[in-house]
Unconditional design. Structure first.
Length: 569
């Protein structure tokens, strides 16, 4: 380390996110690490002839943001220019979706597949006005009679296609959906163009898998967006054989190889942690164990830039598609259906327990997708049983999503120092629709940040991009305000948390999930220089304005990877 610093920040608020959540006025970076934190006087001696001195001009300096649940390759693939944007608020009606597809057809070569992502019936005017109205192939046929069209829903649990796609895939009135899926048909028994859950494999298997260049382009696109948002770390929550059939293999094994190549070429502008995905939503315990044991889990050349942290398991689906496994019936009756088909029964509970037990005994961290309260209880009980059978220190298992985390689950997680990974921007997105499925009380409770923190549970936040845009500012505002996206109404004010607590879920607590809180996640001397600068006083701002506060500088490992405006030097 040299005598002088390479970067010095003064003139703003340096939010350290240390144990006391200290706020200071200056910070210095030497090489790739933070060399001083404190007053102007503390950094003055480190300023040399080649030091860049950044006048924050009242801006806020934070640790680099850690989005702890983000499908990077899938996000890049699902975003323009690689995909047609059909999410809210790019479109607000079926007619506008058709218009976006029409424009894409105009740019496409003959016969080219048109793909898009993000549609949500909760924000499409025709569907809102008439809940029985659903997207259908006829909405797309007029604008794309000759090009097959595939549009993925925002949640990834439904796909909407046109007649040309149905024809090329070979889906007709006689098609039998795979287990756990549905080919939606009209009164005449003809496919409408909607495919739910496992039936989406009919489309996925017909599309060519992403080639290496497409995966590379998608990840680079995602990395560029994340740098503009101040995100310096993220978790790819599932790469492996179980993802080979999801979004043309965006979650597949080959994507991990592309990450390795980007790291080797010096083009990985964020730190990436990976959960392995041995099997998909319907995998059996026997298949899971066999596949996991055969996977290459060798360490990476630079584990601080790319690391395999653990393994992902699916327990159930996601609200509001009625796929979460709940203790009490949905408003419309029944307990929903699993992505793997049918309600969880004793056999499925045993399968989940066996997968968790095998991965735990093999020494892996576990991130388990569980969205209903009954599924969450099942998973946390399986965590506890695995720990009792095979005691391990510092396993750091966590529930993914945890939207209906119960007091019982919180008690189990806190007792074992396990965590939960919540998604505030999903709460923001679906809050206006949740009551329709789970009732007012459960909708208000969903994503219970306050209760989880009070129970002593480790809580990290992630966007689940491409399900929602990876904008941590909106996530922070949602945790503090609990207001919905469409109507702006408050959903569960008793689950609000303080701004400092919200920031921790995207920084030091997300670093804990990564087994990295000793070297990243806060601005302390000796930690890596991963930084995010937000224009204005974040701590003093009206929370409603936080989503619009620009990120003006992003630093990874002491190197500027994004800058919106030149800083004085």
């Amino acid at each position: 380390m040299g005598t002088y610093a390479d970067l010095v920040f003064v003139g703003g608020r340096v939010v350290t996110v240390d144990a006391e959540f200290s706020v200071v006025e200056a910070l210095a970076v030497t090489g790739s690490v933070i060399s001083a934190v404190g007053t102007r006087e503390d950094v003055a001696a480190l300023i040399g002839p080649d030091t860049r001195v950044v006048d924050l001009e009242g801006a806020t300096l934070l640790p680099g943001i850690n989005d702890s649940h983000l499908h990077g390759c899938a996000f890049g693939m699902a975003s323009p220019p690689l995909s047609v944007e059909v999410g809210h608020s790019a479109v607000s009606s079926l007619a506008e979706v058709a218009g976006a597809v029409r424009e894409a057809v105009g740019r496409a070569s003959a016969g080219q597949w048109i793909t898009g992502h993000g549609w949500d019936t909760g924000y499409l005017a025709e569907c809102v006005a008439d809940p029985s109205r659903h997207p259908a192939r006829g909405d797309l046929d007029a604008v794309s009679p000759d090009h097959p069209v595939v549009l993925y829903s925002f949640s990834g649990h439904a796909t909407w296609v046109n007649s040309k796609a149905l024809e090329l895939i070979g889906i007709d009135r006689h098609t039998v959906a795979p287990p756990g899926g549905a080919v939606v048909t009209d009164e005449a028994g003809e496919p409408t163009g909607l495919l739910h859950e496992g039936a989406q494999a009919l489309v996925q298997n017909a599309l060519p898998p992403l080639d290496r260049q497409e995966r590379t382009d998608a990840i680079k696109s995602a990395l560029a967006t994340l740098a503009r948002l101040g995100v310096t770390s993220y978790t790819e929550p599932g790469l492996g054989p179980g993802g080979d059939g999801i979004m043309r293999g965006a979650l597949g094994t080959e994507t991990l190889e592309v990450y390795r190549r980007l790291l080797a070429d010096g083009e990985l502008t964020a730190r990436v942690g990976v959960l392995l995905l041995p099997t998909g939503m319907a995998g059996t315990a026997e298949e899971f164990a066999r596949t996991l044991d055969a996977l290459d889990v060798a360490g990476e050349d630079d584990p601080r830039r790319l690391a395999i942290h653990g393994v992902k398991v699916f327990a159930d689906g996601i609200v509001p598609n009625k796929t979460a496994w709940m203790h009490e019936p949905y408003v419309g009756g029944g307990c929903g259906s699993l992505c793997v088909g049918g309600d969880l029964d004793d056999d499925r509970i045993a399968e989940i327990g066996a997968m968790i037990r095998h991965a735990h005994a093999a020494g892996h961290q576990l991130g388990v997708h569980a969205t209903g309260d009954r599924a969450i209880d099942t998973v946390t009980d399986a965590f506890a049983a695995a720990a009792a059978a095979h005691p391990r220190d510092d396993a750091r298992h966590y529930v993914i999503h945890g939207d209906f985390l119960t007091p019982h689950a919180m008690k189990v997680l806190a007792a074992h120092d396990y965590g939960v990974n919540m998604n505030p921007t999903i709460k923001w997105t679906v809050a206006d629709m949740e009551e329709e499925f789970v009732g007012a009380g459960r909708a208000a409770y969903a994503w219970p940040y306050r209760d989880a923190l009070d129970a002593g549970v480790r809580v990290a936040s992630g966007s689940d991009a491409p399900v929602t845009h990876p904008d941590w500012r909106q996530g922070v505002a949602t945790m503090v305000l609990r207001e919905s996206k469409a109507a702006g109404r408050v959903s569960g004010p008793e689950q609000r948390i303080a701004l400092a607590e919200a920031i921790r879920t995207y920084t030091i607590d997300a670093a804990w999930q990564d087994f990295a809180d000793d070297w990243k996640g806060s601005l302390e001397t000796g930690k890596v220089a991963d930084l995010c600068v937000v224009e204005g006083d974040l701590l003093g701002a009206d929370p409603h304005t936080i989503p619009d506060m620009p990120v003006v500088l992003t630093v990874l490992d002491g190197r500027v990877v994004y800058e919106a405006r030149p800083a004085a030097s």
